[in-house]
Design a protein around this ligand. Structure first.
Ligand SMILES: *Cc1c(COP(=O)(O)O)cnc(C)c1O
Length: 405
């Protein structure tokens, strides 16, 4: 079993105090992950941008700001949340993907860094701002990487980024509109355990660097793999740091100043800090399996159904019980299997089951499907519990609806 950073007792106390289902985040675990990165890259000019689409609760953003992190945004509203959390604009990058040009104009007016991912928007940007506002380019390196196709973004059929085979069109637009290119960005996917993939990405970029005279940074995106079960591979950050250092030492920027290296980890910073605590509604023995239905579903944690992701499940209420096999499902009117034929300490109705690795893409992807409430969120910091989002109330379901009949 993975070691959880919060004790059974702490998690049980939170469930008792705030009810279930509830998301819990552990501030010190986030700090530990952030420190792993900064320690590994100490001595290199590396900046960490938290990819906040993983988890945008404003307290998490503020916590990462206090730790010294920068922030990577996937929408204009994330940019506004980051500014609301107190990040100065130069610590924010908006890595756009398929967005309307009006959002890029808005990001420009807010003064944040922008990575543009299409020739079309790049040309509009060049025509409007010319050389007055530096901009990064999101490239598609045509590299296959990441845990599976659904979370791979750099391959040659992916929608993300400007394909590097279109480099001539790219250079023509830059020339014609006198763009100021400050950065080159690639993000090849999520759950990349192999350090070589990042190095491959850097090698692709090294070929292009001489073409951009005003370059200040290379942005290698995120996608570091985290462990989901004991013994799982994870990205070896120390090894990565060493390889990145070597690669840049061997390829000094021919245009002069050394290039800064940016990373945009999402999962790595928050996945392991998060827990979803649920309670068992019903036990149901069938010919196929012994079902455990908890008071949640893919309306709260969609990753198992969406990506076949594995989340360790622990029975908080019966840690010494005999181990048996169960299939853990939710209570919504769709198939919402969290785990099939999973060994758990004997489960009884009313027990609390906690899902690990629920910090990234957990609450953030939740919905009100079946008109159920979204979970509450609790932050544990310095051993103290803080409610950071109240559970939905019935009125929230009618909020924004206009009753015309
Ligand atoms: C989603 C995303 C990330 C973060 O990916 P993780 O797998 O959570 O580390 C980083 N950069 C960009 C551009 C992204 O879209």
């Amino acid at each position: 079993m993975l070691n959880l950073s919060l004790s059974n007792q702490q998690l049980t106390n939170i469930a008792n105090q705030y009810g279930t289902p509830v998301y819990v985040y552990h501030a010190e675990k986030i700090a530990e992950q952030y420190k792993n990165l900064t320690t590994a890259f100490a001595g290199q000019d590396v900046k960490i941008f938290y990819a906040c689409k993983a988890l945008t609760n404003i307290n998490i953003l503020k916590h990462l700001k206090q730790l010294g992190s920068n922030v990577d945004c996937s929408s204009i509203n994330e940019v506004k949340l980051a500014l609301h959390a107190g990040f100065p604009p130069d610590r924010v990058v908006y890595t756009s993907n398929g967005i309307a040009f009006s959002e890029i104009e808005e990001a420009q007016s807010l003064g944040v860094h922008i990575n543009i991912d299409s020739l079309s928007n790049l040309e509009k940007f060049g025509k409007k701002y010319g050389h007055t506002y530096p901009v990064g380019i999101r490239l598609r390196p045509n590299i296959m990487a990441g845990g599976n196709l659904k979370i791979s973004t750099g391959h040659d059929k992916s929608k993300f980024g400007i394909p590097i085979d279109q480099i001539n069109d790219l250079l023509r637009i830059i020339e014609e509109t006198d763009l100021f290119i400050e950065g080159l960005h690639i993000h090849t996917g999520s759950e990349i355990k192999d350090v070589e993939v990042f190095i491959q990405g850097i090698e692709v970029l090294f070929e292009l660097i001489p073409l951009f005279k005003e370059l200040a940074f290379i942005d290698l995106g995120g996608g570091f793999k985290v462990p989901y079960r004991k013994g799982d591979h994870q990205t070896d950050i120390t090894h990565l740091a060493q390889k990145v250092g070597e690669a840049f030492a061997n390829h000094p920027n021919p245009n002069g100043r050394p290039l800064q290296v940016w990373f945009e980890p999402g999962k790595y910073l928050v996945s392991g800090s998060g827990y979803l605590i649920t309670q068992v509604n019903v036990m149901k023995q069938t010919n196929a399996t012994h079902f455990v239905s908890v008071n949640s579903g893919f309306n709260h944690l969609i990753r198992p159904m969406f990506y076949d992701s594995y989340h360790q499940i622990t029975n908080l209420s019966n840690p010494e019980g005999e181990e048996k096999h169960y299939s853990v499902v939710g209570n919504i009117c769709e198939t919402d299997t969290f785990a099939w034929d999973r060994k758990l300490h004997e489960v009884r109705e009313g027990d609390y089951l906690v899902f690990a690795n629920a910090g990234a893409y957990g609450f953030e992807m939740s919905s009100n499907f079946n008109s159920r409430f979204k979970p509450a969120e609790v932050l544990v910091k310095d051993e103290t519990f803080h409610l950071i989002r109240r559970r939905d109330k019935f009125e929230d379901l009618l909020n924004n609806q206009i009753e015309v009949l």
